[in-house]
Each structure stands twice: as structure tokens, then as C-alpha cells.
Ligand binder design. Sequence first.
Ligand code: KG4
Ligand code: ZN
Length: 366
Amino acid sequence: MLILGIETSCDETSAAVVSDGQVILSNVIRSQEDLHERYGGVVPELASRRHVTAIIPVIDLALRDAGVSKDEIDAIAVTEGPGLAGSLLVGMNTAKALSMAWDVPLIPVNHLEGHIYSNWLTEDQSDSTFQPPRFPCVCLIVSGGHTELVLIRDHGHFEVLGRTIDDAAGEAFDKGARILRLGFPGGPAIQRASAEGKMGRHTFPRAWLGDSYDFSFSGLKTALLREVEKYKREPSRPKKVVSTDPFPVHEPPEYSPNMPASDIAADFQDAIVDVLVKKTERAAQEHRASMVVLAGGVAANSLLRKRLENALSVPLRSPSLRLCTDNGAMIAGAGYYLYQRGIIASFDLDISPQLPLVSDTALEPS
Ligand code: KG4
Ligand code: ZN
């Protein structure tokens, strides 16, 4: 079964063709990093406008890369939510139009379920040894918008054990990088800086929140602000704002050249990873998980992967780096298993920017 997956929930326009929920035939990802970089974060209005111009060429290319025609597509899977409303709308309306025009079913996919299913995919079409993850497994979803620890008992059976009560892990990386003036997106920037830095010179708090599996990263950001405060100084040049710019960038503070940004970044990264690893390891033990799966943009973090691998007594499955960040293949992959369980949408399907991750049983009418 060939599914076209469409993902536009944030700042990546992506379309992919996946066979039987496992083999990626194509996965075209148009990142908008260049657009949002100067603002140090995603500007929703700009993101949705860029999705509008990118979506059709991206789908065209996904079909061409896969070497299939539109007539060979059996279903279209699209991100329903959570995400930015204006961005989600572009993918949703395109998917609905194509589903109607091509007369194929429309499958609504929760973005978080998509991230989970990035672990069920392979880019190697000739890999006959590929094994999908085993249940029950614990999945740590860590992205720019989410930090969730999920127990997965079977396809469609999710139990959210804990989530962030304030900032997401990726958001903490992005805000941290912005404070340290390391660039955007923050995760890769902090990882790069940390590689040059020495750990153990700066102390950052860990929010354990008792025995819960919830996370909190906003205190860490405040601690970082306090740390860099010592190195702040007045801008050497007068502030320059271009008046015609609809989103003027405020001149960031300047730091003394003596600020050990890489050392600070290394301890900041360590504080985030420490909490993620310890809570995931405890959840895996308590729920006797067969394995742990990682998902989301922050899953690309090499310290997180290494520390988790060392801490766990069960195998760790992580997606390839390309499948960590938002992409259409994960939506097509999740869509396949939803379709197998008879979940398809009617044309009155709407976007759901706050959509939570729930089990199928919770979706069934009472
Ligand atoms: O999953 P994703 O592409 O988008 C969301 O659904 O949010 O995740 C993007 C997030 C950003 O916050 C980015 O800074 C973070 O993933 N990220 C990383 C790394 N690569 C991307 N965080 C830590 N280390 C990385 N290597
Ligand atoms: Zn995502």
C-alpha cells in the first residue's frame, strides 16, 4: 500500500511516499530555517505563507523521487495537529483537495504519533533484516513543541506517563541558544558549542518534580539568564532598526569576549539531557518495557543518544537524523497503521492545533 504523507505543522514543508508503513520511497523536506533564523524562532505568519508556495512543488517532487504516479497512491495521510494553525491549514486543505481529486481515503494523523512512527521506517529498500520496535515500549518524544514520555502497549494504545509543564526540551535548547547568541535552531547550535566546551564549571538546576514523569525546563532558562548576566555589557553601536521591516529584530545584548559560552552551553545541555535520561530510564524499568524509542527533533542530540544507550538495560531505537525532525514519511508511516485500524476521515475534518495524543479506544464513540 502506497501512502502519500503530508506534514506542515510548523516550519518544514514535507511530503513523502511510504510503502506499507515501512519503506520510504521518497521524503522531500523543505526547511524554512533561512526565513526564521533572524528572529531566533518560528514566526507563524511567515511560516504559513511559505508553506503555501512550497506545498505543491514538494508533493510533485515526492511523487517524482518515489518514481510513482498519482494513480498509484492508495491513500493520503495528513497532520491534523498539534501545531501552528496557519501552517496546519495549508497541509490539511491540500490533502483534502488531493484526496477528493484522486478519489483516495484521507487519514488524519496526530503529529506526535507521526514522530513515534519514525522508528518504524527504513530508508533502505533492500534491508530485509529490518525489524519494527517491539511492544510494550516507552517512547520519549522531544521536539521544539513537545516533551512527552509515552508508554505504547500496542498500535494505537498510548498512555502518556508525563509531559512538560512549561517549556519543551527543544524550546529550552532554542531559548538557551538565543540567550547565548549561538544561532537558530538552538539544539544543533548548543550541541556544536558544547563539543568545544568543558563541562562541570557552571551549575544548572534539574527539576525532578518528585516521582512524576513530568518535566519542567523554564527554571533552567532563568538560571541561564542569571549566569550570562555577569558577562553583559552595553551595545557598542547604536541600535539599528529598519522601519519597513514588519518584524523588527531587537538588538540583542552584547557579552564580554571573556564569556565562556561553550562551557556554559555544555553544562546547560547536560542539565537538559540528565533529566530526560533519568526519567526515561525509570519509566522503562517501572513499565517493563521491551525497548525504548526516541523521537522528535531533540532525538538528534548525540549526548542524549549516548547517555540513554548507557543508562538503559533494554535496547534503544533512535530514528536516523533526517527522520528526527518533522517530515512527511513519519506521517505516512503512522497513517498506514491508522488505516489498518479503520481510521479514515471525512471531508469535514478540520485542523486541531492543540490535539492531544490519545489511544484509539478514547476515539471510539460511546
Ligand atoms: O521535531 P522538530 O523538527 O519540530 C517540532 O515538532 O518542534 O524539532 C525541532 C526542535 C528544535 O527545538 C531544535 O532546536 C531541536 O529540535 N533540535 C535539537 C537538535 N537538532 C534539532 N536539539 C538538541 N540537539 C540537536 N542536535
Ligand atoms: Zn515535530
